[in-house]
Design a protein around this ligand. Structure first.
Ligand code: ZN
Length: 480
């Protein structure tokens, strides 16, 4: 039943929004990102959780209208931290009051201590259970994820007012929450409505925007991993999710080059749109595959390692930036490898049996000083026989796979220049990672997540060290 309601409700909302821009404003000049609005409309049509998205300059006060349309006659409760309450929460509260929407007192976390910890979800759940109100998350990643999971646990839908273009999780299915140091993706429903006021986003710290760009750039390598997984029959590409993610990514990327000549609202709107589209794609396939590949395995590993070893935290965007760049450089060796001549028999003979594989995984992980469970490694183990079939497929289709990868990827040099332009770090040392540690990370991180990526391709073809030497060997980009 709910699905039927969804398709009826959001369509008029979005169409009316585009329509009102065109029809009711005589001075309306199409903005470069209007086409994106139409694409967002298509994305909304494909997804089931989010019914409305409003993105524009100076539209924060529209929160009352959006809330009233999506949750008629319901009470609201704002969830924010002290920073996001000051940035937008207070104005949202006033706008709702003016519109006569009843509210519970806002739930405000102390910003300095707020993390996406499960204990915070529990606090919110307790609060939501006591009232009938619909939560309005005013914030970015952490506030949104906490509210998303807590709402889901008490069976409520919620709404989100974004305060930074820092990540692509606003419209994503699932919340990334930490329990016992490990970040886990908890399955839960995305917000019913999202409002993005670019004026508010532009007030957020620059560092948050650069983080958002990192999540956007990650779609290039994540997409490449999905291409390989698709051709090898591991995880087929969902064409709709693919189009939704990749279109937003390419356009926003183009805009970084023209950033200086575009007005900043347009640039931010484009970035936000790319991030939202990534979220919608994740909503569609109910995993984060469209937006996350080997680059995220590397950065998630470094985040975990820092927490366990209690070393200084570095932002997700900065670590991810190094992850993307490292995987981009790695891919240059992959696409140039003569995999059409692969000696499958040799690969299979060298492939460990299940026990030896588990030992290898344990060794690789403990070498880096971590003692985490290797369930994930075991989950993606395949037998020699299965490997033979997979590699046969790889060998046969390699010219096509290589062609598709070449279209998907941009060269390392270009990626590095783009990152510099955006303000992202491009040297592992800048985020406290030595070159030898980076090399080691390639060898162990694949054992810590069941997702099939280019790192598995390297391991299964026996090319891992050859390709790593291409990055860390004598005279190479990160010579050790
Ligand atoms: Zn990310």
């Amino acid at each position: 039943m709910e699905n039927i309601e969804i398709s009826i409700e959001f369509n008029p909302e979005i169409i009316q929004r585009i329509y009102s821009i065109i029809k009711e404003d005589p001075d309306y000049k199409p903005k470069p990102y209007r086409r994106g609005m139409l694409r967002i409309e298509q994305a909304l049509e494909a997804t089931s959780d989010t019914r409305a998205l409003r993105l524009g300059d100076g539209i924060l006060e529209e929160v009352a209208d959006l809330f009233a349309k999506q949750f008629p006659r319901r009470k609201a409760i704002i969830v924010a931290d002290t920073n996001t309450y000051a940035a937008a929460g207070k104005r949202v509260e006033e706008a709702l009051r003016k519109a006569g929407i009843e509210q519970e007192s806002p739930f405000i976390f102390e910003s300095s201590t707020l993390h996406a910890e499960y204990s915070c979800v529990t606090e919110l759940v307790e609060c939501f259970k006591k009232c009938e109100a619909i939560p309005i998350a005013v914030g970015s990643g952490t506030i949104n994820d906490l509210t998303k999971l807590a709402s889901h646990l008490v069976g409520k839908r919620y709404m989100c007012v974004a305060t930074a273009a820092s990540m692509d999780g606003y419209t994503a299915y699932g919340a990334s929450i930490r329990t016992n140091d490990i970040k886990q993706l908890f399955p839960c429903v995305a917000p019913q409505a999202v409002l993005v006021d670019t004026d508010v986003i532009l007030q957020s710290p620059t560092k948050m925007t650069t983080s958002g760009y990192a999540d956007l750039l990650a779609k290039m390598t994540a997409g490449a991993d999905w291409i390989i997984a698709d051709w090898l029959g591991v995880e087929p590409i969902d064409e709709k999710a693919w189009k939704i993610t990749q279109s937003g990514f390419h356009e926003a990327l183009l805009l970084t080059e023209k950033a200086s000549v575009q007005d900043e609202h347009t640039t931010i709107a484009k970035l936000m749109e790319g991030l939202m589209l990534g979220g919608f794609a994740m909503q569609l396939v109910k995993t984060n595959r469209p937006a996350s590949g080997a680059e995220h395995l590397l950065s998630n590993f470094w985040e975990l390692e820092r927490r366990i070893k209690k070393t200084k935290a570095v932002s997700h965007g900065d670590l991810l930036s190094i992850g993307i760049l490292a995987i981009t450089a790695f891919y240059e060796w992959v696409v140039n490898a003569p995999l059409e001549d692969l000696d499958i028999q040799k690969c299979c003979a060298n492939w460990p049996d299940a026990e030896a594989y588990e030992r290898q995984a344990k060794e690789a992980i403990s070498e880096i000083g971590l003692n985490v469970c290797i369930q994930e490694a075991k989950a993606k183990y395949i037998s020699r026989e299965q490997l033979g079939i997979q590699l046969q497929q790889l060998k046969e289709y390699w010219p096509e796979i290589r062609e598709r990868l070449s279209q998907q990827l941009i060269p390392y040099k270009e990626m590095k220049a783009k990152m510099k332009q955006i303000g992202l770090p491009t040297n592992p040392e800048e985020v406290g990672i030595s070159r030898s540690h980076l090399r080691q990370t390639f060898l162990c991180t694949q054992y810590m997540n069941r997702r099939f990526t280019v790192l598995d391709l390297a391991l299964r073809t026996g090319y891992m060290n050859t390709w790593l030497n291409g990055l860390f060997g004598k005279g190479k980009i990160w010579e050790i």
